[in-house]
Design a protein around this ligand. Sequence first.
Ligand code: AGP
Length: 616
Amino acid sequence: MCGIVGYVGQKTTMDVLLGGLKRQEYRGYDSAGVALITEDGLIASAKKSGKLQALVDEVTAHPLAPGHTGIGHTRWATHGAPSDVNAHPHVVDGGKLAMIHNGIIENFAEIREEMLEAGHTFLSETDTEVGAVLLGHLVEQTGDFRTGFAQAVNRFQGAFTVLAIHQDAPNVILAARHNSPLVIGFGDGENFLGSDVAAFVEHTHRAAAVGQDQMVEITPEHVRVTDFAGTPVPIDEFEIAWDASASDKGGWPSFMAKEITENPDAVANTVRGRVVDGRVEIPELSGLGEDAIRKFSRIILVACGTASYAGQVGAYAIEQWARIPVEVQLSHEFRYRDPVITPETLVVSISQSGETMDTLMAVRYAMERGAKTVSICNTQGATIPRESDAIVYTHAGPEVAVASTKAFVAQITALYLLGLQFAQVRGTLDDTAIARNIAELQALPGKLEEVLTTGPEIRQLAKWMSDTPAVLFLGRHVGFPIALEGALKLKELAYIHAEGFAAGELKHGPIALIDHGQPVFVVVPSPRESAEIHSKVVSNIQEIRARGARVIAIAEAGDAAVLPYADEVIRIPLAGPFFEPILAVVPLQIFAMELADAKGLDVDQPRNLAKSVTVE
Ligand code: AGP
């Protein structure tokens, strides 16, 4: 999962490349590099390990000669440690050709042996350099950049998006993709390539996604897309729905801080346009057909990480509203369990990026076995929605921080809308219940705004707990996946052990973890709407308090039952049983961010992570 950018045109190429890499740095940030064809027809390049700023410093101190054709790459290492020599671009063939790559060339070992036998040598440990050397070899053999490129991409196996420039073709970038994302940006006398539209959104809103096994040639004058055999394919252009400022920090200390405050808009914008005359209407679902919706006998939600927890929250609501059995499967586990899939199975993928390889492979597996598929996705034109039968886009706007926040609540919102539409079609909820839940969804943004005001008290709590070695999270029913999400946020941001449990599971083992002073967050159900499980959770709080736990309860306004047993109470507004847990996640997002900040850690780009995991 790396960030890729390509540019041909009259702008200052270095500025376009560095700007595009900056907006995609969340895709990978352990090294970065650029290469361009200078005005005297040679390839100049620079690359540095470390974050993008190291490259910016390098090219500031040692400027490259100007040029009008260039490629750039920000890396998340797969083969070969983060280092200058392993960074992309890889410049080969006597400095005549440069290549960058996102993915894994799985047959790189056999190609490497073949190239060694042909007399080539290697500088790095990367699969990418092997690909670049093969490309250079084939260009030399065929005497033509385009022919050699087509032959090379037909040799690669695994997952790859590659961009290449050659000094013999000074105004051309060749690109190809297989199982890895690539989008085109169309300009006037200039054209762009990127891993996602963030690469060029500041220059153009005209874009198109490149399909599986397609090659692209861009020059300042034209864009040509073909399949791997060289046959032209149609280009489906779309308008990018957000502008560059949406992917700027906008004065916030971090993207995560900004995006947490955008939780309310993420819900409001995902609902917008999908409630008509008191009914849920998701136009994108029309591709499924009401008859199919009536016939579905099972729904499987496939996702990873935070998206899978959104699925767990949504599963409760969809099953209760639409009366369809719903299960959540981790994408990377799904196809290895040989699941029972029939034409009456609906597989719903949940993915902010729409490029998570594990989830893409799960969707393909399900479709090959006859399931209908719906993609819940936050990225226009991404691979997973393009390959699914129907799409429900979340409209959370670009989510740049690696740790997902606003996309999470938007995913739950989309799942709730889907559940309500299915309930309408299947007649499993009456109009009153439909109206009540729609009202809850429409009230959610205002209540989320109210929860955001708890920020200062949570920041103080995080400061007090900045040296805690471990934190536990408890929840029941819909609060259980919220506890899991709270734990994941803390793991990926503050790098400390954190674990979420179903509160009822405590006595079956985890309570042994409770020692004096052990911090435990508890997502408390509503005493009004969920009295039975509310009282059980209060009992759980008493059990852990009796064993020395330090309890931080997240409870609705006015819930007095928790007061005698909680060290801290974070209040959330009243809402329905499926809606309060969405409010409860925001204090957990803020806590994780503030604790990471208190520890001086990088909130937006945590170590070892990347925003989009495009390798299995
Ligand atoms: C969440 O904070 C993490 N960044 C990670 O768990 C993420 O949700 C997961 O990798 C799925 O990504 P996707 O939604 O883009 O498919």
